[in-house]
Design a protein around this ligand. Structure first.
Ligand SMILES: Nc1ncnc2c1ncn2[C@@H]1O[C@H](COP(=O)(O)OP(=O)(O)OP(=O)(O)O)[C@@H](O)[C@H]1O
Length: 665
């Protein structure tokens, strides 16, 4: 007897389904009907300064990106999506693969007849994106091995080697397998090799559905053909392969089984590749002999012909040209919807494969506890191999220490007034030199790594928590070593009190300052999407604690309504520690001048241990904020549905519209 829907959701698990399916992944068919995607765009009805009483519906119009797109992508087939730039190809793939978290989506998506909206397909598909962002400091082989390790739990090293070699040889990457990925500064593999590496990463592990966004762009004709042939082989193993493609050669074009042509978000044609030319000749567009059908569609069908251009002569050139083109696309879309080929597509969508999925259909990823050591070792390699950054950080500590040492050289031998002034100035200089450069340095390194994180997170390699902690732990030693080097050089040069205890307290305060700055930098890089905005705002974030550190403004003499800011300035506690440490024992003519100076500074009631406590608290608080900011960043590019909901959708019963008795009638 057929279970009802509620029973199904509670009782079906992936494991149970495996039993019934004899451990073979089921064919996965994606179908979608009247898919619309639009985003709000601000209209000219309000200027930036805006009228106050304008409603949101007046202020925002909707930009339609996908307009009633219907079709199905079938298992065992290689489908091409083609269309002019901005026609909605990437948006369609993003929508299907669960990478859209904003805008309005309407219409239905099914996977084997089960409702698969809200990003459910992300659980059974892999996505090779247009921008091949990868960590620059690891080699081609390492990057592929890492992708395998993240995807397959308990994989033996022989299996990793086998899969890796297979992917390397399929994409002809043998020559560069031990070369670093590189970036604009660190020379690495070529653009084409980079593209192929990003394909190899996703292909080294299996999935039921493979989405590719322009995998052949930037590749030469031979390599484009090689990659497409590989995609064909993958599809023949039973996978559903959908790829956006630009300007394929005739030979490459012929490798595709199905072709979807999109323009202005509308479908102009979708069906077998060999039926494309007959379809367009049936509606009046004759493909000349010996012409590449892909070129023919772009230049003859989607472009305006001489007569159409003639019509636009009487009007403003650009407006009329674009309007005439839009009208033409509308007509082509209408013709498509009236065609018998469209009816065939509708019939396929209405009669989907209904096989239930099993465990092997789902793209696996390992647990967070297993992701952590892989990420840790990768972050370590990254930190050690990026020698330029490492040297710059160490060099900066030495240089700042020497500058401070020279400027305030042997201050303890100066007259008492000068001595006190120099001690205070040098202590403030020391704190600032551990505060500002660290935050700015961390901001730039973390911001560049953020795009790699975004790509890998979206592709389901790992979660935010292991990534955050692996980066954090690897960065920590350098944040400890640099202040120690700085203090070891500057402390004796300036002539601070020579006592190991005092040196340790001084260095401890500098280390905590550097750590607070470190977590502020991470927070800024995670919080601001754009590094230039972060760089513009960070100095302001850093200046306030400096002003209220107790050196620039006397802590007891500020306006009462801003005076409280000193207590949330971590530098105030750092300055209290280092000045108390140096001045409390400073005497002159048997008078404790240091204590007198400390009293006049009105640094507050807290002693050195309490100040260390406050600084540690600030470090932990800012670290927690940076973690939360990274979590929020990762949520921005994934739909807000839990894996449980997505699983329930895919493992539930087929949509009643495909199984109801009325349908059979
Ligand atoms: N989040 C968004 N906000 C504003 N506009 C968007 C958004 N997403 C897509 N668009 C717009 O929707 C249209 C389709 O974009 P899409 O990236 O899907 O096109 P495409 O066909 O893949 O183009 P290309 O071949 O150049 O990559 C473009 O005009 C794009 O500017």
């Amino acid at each position: 007897m057929q279970k009802n829907s509620a029973d199904y959701h509670t009782s079906v698990s992936i494991e149970e389904n495996v039993e019934c399916s004899k451990l073979k992944p089921q064919p996965a068919q994606i179908s979608f009907k009247n898919l619309c995607y639009s985003i709000p765009i601000e209209t000219n009805k309000t200027s930036f300064l805006g009228k106050k009483n304008v409603s949101d519906s007046d202020r925002f119009a909707r930009k339609i990106i996908l307009d009633n797109v219907t079709g199905s992508f079938n298992p065992g087939k290689l489908t091409a999506i083609m269309g002019p730039s901005g026609s909605g190809k990437t948006s369609l793939l993003n929508l299907l693969s669960g990478r859209i978290s904003s805008g309005k989506v309407e219409g239905d998506i099914w996977l084997n007849g089960r409702a698969a909206g809200c990003g459910s397909l992300s659980l059974i598909s892999r996505f090779i994106s247009q921008d091949d962002v990868m960590l620059s400091t690891i080699t081609v082989k390492e990057v592929i091995e890492m992708a395998i390790k993240f995807r397959i739990g308990n994989v033996s090293s022989e299996e990793i080697d086998r899969r890796c070699s297979q992917a390397i040889s399929a994409l002809e990457l043998e020559k560069c397998q031990n070369t670093l990925i590189g970036n604009s500064i660190l020379k690495g593999i070529s653009g084409g090799e980079r593209k192929r590496t990003s394909i190899a990463m996703e292909m080294a592990t299996d999935s039921s559905i493979l989405f590719l966004d322009e995998p052949t762009s930037g590749l030469d004709m031979y390599t484009s053909h090689l990659v497409t042939k590989l995609l064909l082989d993958i599809s023949r193993s039973g996978q559903t392969v959908v790829s956006i493609i630009h300007q394929p050669s005739s030979d490459t074009f012929e490798l595709f089984d199905d072709v979807m042509i999109l323009s202005e978000g509308k479908v102009i044609y979708f069906g077998p590749q060999e039926d494309l030319v007959p379809y367009f000749s049936g509606i009046g567009y004759q493909c000349p002999n010996f012409t590449n059908p892909a070129d023919f569609v772009f230049s003859n069908v989607l472009n305006l012909d001489v007569n159409e251009l003639e019509k636009s002569k009487n009007y403003d050139y650009f407006t009329s040209r674009s309007n005439i083109r839009i009208l033409k696309i509308d007509k082509l879309a209408l013709k498509w919807k009236k065609s018998k080929q469209y009816m065939n597509i509708i019939a396929k969508v209405d009669e989907p494969i209904l096989n239930p999925l099993n465990k092997l259909n789902f793209t696996s990823s390992i647990s967070s506890s297993k992701q952590f050591p892989i990420l840790l070792s990768r972050s370590l390699k990254d930190a050690l191999r990026d020698k330029l950054v490492l040297r710059a950080r160490l060099g900066q500590s030495v240089a700042l220490a020497l500058i401070m040492g020279i400027v305030f050289y042997k201050s303890n031998e100066k007259q008492i007034d000068t001595q006190i002034q120099n001690v205070l100035g040098s202590l403030f200089f020391g704190i600032i030199s551990q505060f500002i450069p660290v935050a700015i340095g961390v901001l730039s390194t973390f911001s560049s790594g953020k795009f790699v994180f975004q790509r890998e997170y979206q592709n389901g390699y790992y979660k935010t928590t292991p990534y955050f902690f692996s980066k954090f732990i690897i960065e920590l030693p350098i944040q400890l070593i640099c202040p120690i080097i700085f203090c070891a050089i500057s402390y004796p040069m300036v002539g601070y009190v020579l006592s190991f205890k005092k040196f340790a307290i001084h260095t401890g305060a500098m280390i905590l300052t550097s750590l607070i700055s470190f977590s502020t930098g991470i927070f800024a890089s995670a919080f601001f999407d754009d590094i230039s905005v972060a760089l513009a705002l960070l100095p302001m974030i850093l200046v306030l604690p400096m002003v209220f550190s107790g050196f620039l403004v006397n802590s007891g003499d500020t306006l009462p309504w801003i005076g409280w800011l000193q207590w949330i300035s971590p530098l105030k506690y750092a300055f209290t520690i280092v000045t108390t440490n140096q001045l409390s024992s400073l005497t002159h003519n048997n008078i404790n001048v240091g204590e007198i100076k400390l009293e006049s500074l009105k640094l507050g009631p807290f002693g050195i241990p309490a100040c260390f406590g406050f600084m540690s608290f600030f470090f932990l608080l800012l670290s927690a904020f940076s973690y939360l900011a990274l979590q929020a960043f990762s949520k921005k590019f994934t739909p807000h549905n839990s894996t449980k909901t997505k699983l329930a959708n895919l493992l539930g019963p087929p949509d009643p519209i495909f199984t109801s008795p009325q349908k059979a009638i």
